[in-house]
Ligand binder design. Structure first.
Ligand SMILES: [Fe+2]
Length: 200
């Protein structure tokens, strides 16, 4: 199971780096917003990601502790159960980040940030899919303890009306999204030259 925790730590670490880049992009938009609606919109996204950053900061040493000492990985240990539940909520955090990135792609579509955002979007999509699998492994191993209420995004719930879901975030979206991402890049008509300038 230690391997599973290492994988989750990797995913959450790179997501934390990505969210820091993302917040940096948002700062000038909030500061120079054209009206209060725009300001609140991006402030809301920024605040949620800032909150996620704090949560991850808090969670990393706890993951490290159970990687270093696998003996604590048992369901009789309440601390361990808490970590499993926190991890399950961070699965939702990745889903939420994905939607924030998609919202930002509208705002930044013709700017220098479009390419980096697209990269983060693809990474986050893959990482979210992988996290779902890893959490399922943990859940099976530890008697369902790795699934806290609030950890399943609406788009992945069975009892939510289909009309309220967005296809590209639902289970099994893998194939479709690859195509959608391609067409999104084409729509942005990023030329080879502009991509070179944008790449960091
Ligand atoms: Fe939000």
């Amino acid at each position: 199971m230690t391997e599973t925790f290492l994988n989750l730590k990797d995913i959450l670490s790179r997501s934390k780096q990505a969210l820091a880049d993302f917040m940096q992009m948002l700062e000038p938009v909030i500061e120079n917003a054209k009206d209060e609606h725009e300001r609140l919109y991006f402030h809301h996204i920024y605040e949620e990601e800032e909150h996620r950053s704090d949560r991850l900061q808090d969670l990393f040493p706890k993951i490290d502790a159970l990687i270093e000492n696998p003996a604590v990985q048992n369901t009789r240990n309440p601390e361990f159960i808490h970590v499993l539940q926190d991890l399950s909520l961070e699965k939702f955090g990745l889903h939420n980040f994905l939607e924030h990135l998609d919202l930002a792609l509208y705002q930044f579509k013709d700017t220098e940030h479009a390419h980096r955002l697209q990269e983060m979007r693809e990474m986050t999509f893959e990482d979210y899919q992988e996290t779902k699998k890893l959490m399922q492994v943990l859940n099976e191993q530890f008697d369902g303890a790795a699934s806290k209420g609030g950890s399943v995004p609406m788009d992945d719930k069975e009892d939510v009306r289909e009309e309220l879901k967005i296809d590209m975030y639902t289970d099994g979206a893998d194939d479709r999204v690859a195509t959608e991402t391609q067409s999104l890049i084409k729509k942005k008509s990023l030329t080879v030259g502009s991509l070179k300038n944008l790449r960091r």
